[in-house]
Design a protein around this ligand. Sequence first.
Ligand SMILES: Nc1ncnc2c1ncn2[C@@H]1O[C@H](COP(=O)(O)OP(=O)(O)OP(=O)(O)O)[C@@H](O)[C@H]1O
Length: 425
Amino acid sequence: MTPAARPPAARFPHERFPHEQFSGDSARQPHRRLTKPGVGGHPGVGGGEGGLGVEGVRVEYRGVAAVDGVSLTVGVGEVVAVLGASGCGKSSLLRAVVGLEPLAAGTVRWDGADLAGVPVHRRGFGLMFQDGQLFPHRDVAGNVAFGLQMAHVRRAERARRVAELLELVGLAGFGGRAIASLSGGEQQRVTLARALAPAPQLLLLDEPLSALDRSLRERLAADVRAALVATGTTALFVTHDHDEAFAVADRVAVLAAGRLLQVAAPAELWRAPASREVAEFLGYEAFVRLAGAPPVLASALRRALGAAGAHAPRSTVVAAAPGAFVVADGAASGRVAAVAFRRGRTELAVDVDGAGRVTAVAPGPGSWRAGDVVALAVDPHRLALVPAGPAGPAGPAGPAGPAEPAGPAEHDAQGPELRARVAGG
Ligand SMILES: Nc1ncnc2c1ncn2[C@@H]1O[C@H](COP(=O)(O)OP(=O)(O)OP(=O)(O)O)[C@@H](O)[C@H]1O
């Protein structure tokens, strides 16, 4: 049971969360088709009128910006994850969207209409939190039916809807179970079903899985996505977990210190981070400026990129993720600093001239020891090209200096030229 499954006593007997008061209109919508409209071509994606439009939003606490000029769209039926480290302003952004936080600047629109002055309960948005805040005295079905009851949906329709949603979240037959008898993961499934029941026009999920252990989180992230897709729900999903963001979202928005650094589909974000800051945040660990790198390393990276159809100009910085270097016959080499066996593969900390210390991998266990020299091949799927920093093509050899920040634009700040070069990489 999640620690905070019990709502505060002050909320009884009305059983109504201020942030979960659904507008009658949205709650009375007939159940949406269990298919997602327009997957991959959502109206509103890329700045259209439909769905959520956040423009230049700033949230301040005592004059200090927690969210600083964020612009973002979520198209109808689209799932966007806001990904960022703790304290970067994710929850503040979400609270501003739902109307719980005043805007110091900017606008929040739905279907093109400015929501300034529209109270929380009239926005038709739903919220789901880390702690599900389920009603402990209601059974599972009673919890899922809550929003429908508030909207005076008829009993038969309610029962049909509850059964459909419980099946959708993998809890068919759980309707009569007491909340206290459920595991943490099952409780979050109930919370999801309850949040989806009134068919909110936008569902905002704030770290909904972070109270669960990692393996459960991974499974549930896939199930959350499946449920959002099946119901065609438009959603903004806040998380600090990269894997979760990549598993759940159509597009991922990277937030740091209140600023939006990049918004892109998961594969695009991984392949073409807009800046070194984004790449580091995604876990890229070594940055090599090709011009000035040791020739052996530069040509090994070039060959790997070339094999994947990517062309790297001399000025490019190549970012390498853990596992980009593989212990195998290859042109590059390095000296082993440490060895760790991890579930079916070995990870070696290897010092590579020009790249610094990298995490190289080898299949299975091995007999490497610190000080050994190992040959390294390069896995192009763990490389990315990031824009060169201010030092430019004549920059220092070895690990690259800091790259220029990408700026706050919603769009991929990398620019069409470099993106075209990495296409297929
Ligand atoms: N009510 C408040 N008063 C003052 N400062 C606040 C308030 N709420 C948030 N902050 C500050 O604003 C910044 C952003 O907070 P926010 O909760 O939005 O970040 P977050 O990315 O959601 O963090 P986490 O992942 O840890 O929940 C933090 O520095 C936080 O301390």
